[in-house]
Write a protein that binds this ligand. Structure first.
Ligand SMILES: Cc1ncc(COP(=O)(O)O)c(C=O)c1O
Ligand SMILES: Nc1c(O)cccc1C(=O)C[C@H](N)C(=O)O
Length: 411
């Protein structure tokens, strides 16, 4: 594979025009959009308008006149097609961790008499921490299921399982669950299925309605490009919208917040998942950012994502394997998300040396260099050039230089 072949793939890429929807710094190859997406065009103008007109000039009237009150629904409606979700099933607010807490409690409450939550040890840690916290709060037991060790989830399901809570794509290994099969297994056992879509939303053609999923959460700031600390999204299946019973019963989830009633009455729709005041700045940024997905087919996005990780894997085999680099991701498309980790000694220094060359990925403990492939703005030539830099770093042992092995607080 030479660079001309990567150029040919770019020429044939039906999504190549989407790169212009982003403000990418010159000379940077950004392979970390699976952690923090880059700045979409239009966001800066939207923030300027929000601050200078809506907040400064129009003050509190903006809740009505500039749609602040409706932002969770406005943003939810933009997310629904990306998630294969029916209209009126998605809202935004809170962080993913808090949203996860609310959904886990709601799920457990809907299965009284059942005492087990099934989850995975390979979760992003916050998912495991929140499951542990909810289990402690409600007196549940956590049953750990490791898909690599026990591929068939039926082995850990029985009629004591209230909730199955899983990350659709593993944040390190890039392994992806089959959403429909796992959801069906949970349902056969009578359990609620809760998906964390942080590493899927915006990169994988998620199909929540087709899977028959019950509940889902996900980050706004990864492949959705909603900016640092963007609000999380929450999905509730249509059949659960008027029964889901979440624990943080704040006024924004009330049927009529401005009736200011003494007692809580949940909204009849997905708004009941809200708790406190919408984080308007973050939600407005996410709203503007999602315009980058306007008219974009998630099937095309998924096709390009897999083509990019295929290209990366074949270049890594050709040019990096000799240095002891082992890619960590399933080779089968159906089990692969939109990222690839490389396992190698000195992975931290490797990532730092690459950042020094303006190729940005991230390091994940204990020995993984992680690279995300975001189809909206990455080119096949970026993948090719990134591997060329990787080979140069290894050949020159840049990853072992003292300046590259000093750990920063955020990796
Ligand atoms: C799978 C997963 N869940 C949750 C989070 C983060 O949650 P929060 O938005 O609460 O920081 C991340 C990454 O930060 C993640 O990878
Ligand atoms: N949420 C993050 C943050 O606030 C700072 C730095 C990184 C992150 C991340 O998103 C980590 C990410 N969930 C991961 O998959 O590793």
């Amino acid at each position: 594979m030479d660079r001309a072949s990567a150029e040919a793939l770019d020429c044939d890429d039906p999504l190549r025009h989407l790169r212009d929807r982003f403000e990418l710094p010159d000379g940077v190859i950004y392979l970390d959009g699976n952690s923090l997406g880059p700045l979409p065009r239009g966001v800066e103008e939207r923030v300027g308008r929000l601050v200078a007109q809506e907040w400064r000039d129009d003050l509190i009237t903006s809740w009505n006149t500039h749609g602040w009150y409706d932002l969770p629904a406005t943003v939810g409606a933009k997310l629904e097609p990306l998630l294969g979700a029916a209209p009126g099933t998605v809202t935004v607010g809170d962080s993913t961790s808090v949203a996860l807490f609310k959904l886990l409690v709601a799920a457990a409450r809907s299965r009284p008499g059942r005492g087990v939550v099934v989850t995975e040890p390979g979760n992003f840690p916050t998912d495991s921490y929140v499951v542990d916290g909810v289990a402690r709060l409600l007196g549940l037991t956590v049953r750990w299921w490791s898909a690599p060790d026990t591929p068939d989830i039926h082995a850990v399901l029985d009629d004591d399982v209230a909730v199955v809570s899983l990350c659709h794509v593993d944040y390190r290994l890039g392994r992806m669950h089959d959403g429909a099969t796992v959801t069906a297994a949970a349902h056969t056992a009578g359990a609620v299925m809760l998906w964390d879509l942080c590493h899927s939303a915006g990169a994988v053609d998620v199909d929540l309605a087709g899977w028959d999923a019950d509940l889902a959460v996900g980050c706004g700031y990864k492949y959705l490009n909603g900016g640092p600390g963007a609000p999380a999204f929450v999905y509730v299946a249509p059949r659960l919208l008027d029964v889901v019973d979440q624990p943080i019963t704040g006024w924004f989830g009330h049927a009529e917040p401005f009736a200011l009633e003494r007692s809580y009455r949940p909204a009849a729709d997905v708004r009941r998942m809200l708790s406190g005041t919408t984080p308007v700045v973050g939600a407005a940024v996410l709203d503007a950012a999602l315009d980058a997905f306007d008219g974009v087919s998630m099937v095309e996005v998924r096709r390009k994502s897999l083509a990019m990780s295929d290209l990366f894997l074949s270049l890594a085999a050709e040019r990096l394997a000799a240095y002891g680099v082992v890619p960590e991701v399933p080779r089968e498309h159906a089990a692969r998300g939109s990222q690839v980790c490389l396992r190698l000694p000195g992975a931290y220094g490797f990532v730092q040396a690459l950042i020094g060359r303006r190729v940005i990925g991230d390091f994940r403990e204990p020995d993984l260099a992680r690279f995300g492939f975001a189809p909206l703005y990455l080119r096949f030539t970026d993948v090719y050039d990134a591997v060329e830099h990787m080979e140069a770093v290894l050949a020159r042992r840049e990853h072992e230089r003292p300046e590259n092995v000093v750990r920063a607080a955020v990796t």
